[in-house]
Design a protein around this ligand. Sequence first.
Ligand code: SF4
Length: 477
Amino acid sequence: MNNMIHEECGVLGIFRKDAGPLARLAYDGLFALQHRGQESCGIVLNDDGLFYSHKDLGLVGEVFSKDVLKRFPQGNMAVGHVRYGTTGALNRANCQPVEVNHQKGKLAIAHNGNLSNAWELRNALEMRGAIFHGTSDTEIIAYLITQERLRCRDIETAVAAAAGRLEGAFSLVVMSAAKMIAVRDPHGFRPLCYGMRPDHTYVIASESCALESVGARFIRDVAPGELIVWDNDGIRCQVLPGSDIRRSRCIFEYIYFARPDSVIDGISVHEARKQAGRILAETSPAEADLVIGVPDSGLDAALGYSAASRIPYGIGLIKNKYIGRTFIVPGQDERMNAVHLKLNPVKNAVNGKRIILIDDSIVRGTTSGQIVSMLRAAGAKEIHMRISSPPFLHPCYYGTDIDSEDNLIANHHTVDQIKEIIGADSLAYLPVERLYQLSGTEEICDACFSGNYPTQKPVHSSKERFDRRLSERYNKE
Ligand code: SF4
């Protein structure tokens, strides 16, 4: 139950040759991607070259009321986005999709990921007079595509040329007046896939769960380094220059970020989590009576641990489904109780038992400590905590908000010390060298666990990097 690490965004694109009621379809798709971003959302709909948009802070169900959806006309393309801002302050200027009107037409862009060369790119653009409204990396991408569009023969050539100047993570959906384009960076950090509805509407989404929610059949993942175009002439694919590099798919998508009913690059997220549980049972066995998982992402791993260890699986913690982003903890003193409001132990299940408790990760240790103490209060005799990821030691630069080593308990404590801090009887993590067995390939990014970054580290990486720079400048003027 990691409430401290967030995925940045979810993206969605819809293309069909004739006009249809796409706003509702986009709404349904974004609803299925809500777990990837809860701070803001937006839809831009294309009705024969005219763009209609609505974006705001809030959840999909809050921002898109029935009245708002009704105001959208029919259209033949749409781009959607849900955002948790890993870079850029929480404000409307950073809501996506980003829209651009330029000399040759218009664009709407939705982006998932973070660039590792954003600082250099933005500096260079600003030195040539570029004006930015917000502080997200997506505006930089929009600028580069627009610059390239002014000298390239078509939008897909412009997007490919701009992509060649980006480093880091970008899964993009780009809509022009007549074309829909999907691009995934050559490392393949963030997922992106597409499918088709029976009425020949194509749907592109960050995760396959969103395709199913709009009645589309999964066709395939967008390959790392691939650019795909949909227009009235059909579908065309091309490989981005410089794509013959080692892939670095984010392994934490499988452990925590993605929905368990999604399939990423051919691997079921649910199965990957069960596999993590099986590995933990093999590498860190313990004598116990019951295996329980911390909802939601610890549950699948607990199933795997139980199956491999033959220790019965049970439901030991119940999550309050109605606590959302808008829940306000009344004050500092009450903050310690926040975990109790989200989770409650099932006393009958845990009382008098030796428990294996599985969670996806430990960030600061506060939440884990509270869960352990609430299980003890409910009568658990022993608590053996098993974590379905290795210890978090390093920040992530590719689209999540693990941005400071100071916040990572494992960075300055040993496993034994963490065990004492959280009050467990034993503690063990998934071995970092076994991570690849979750995704079935060694071509993964595990930098936040291993420190092996697949790209150059960014010059500045903090979440507020551009906000701080702006305020420094304003203070001088
Ligand atoms: Fe994923 Fe960690 Fe790599 Fe970031 S550093 S992309 S969270 S594996």
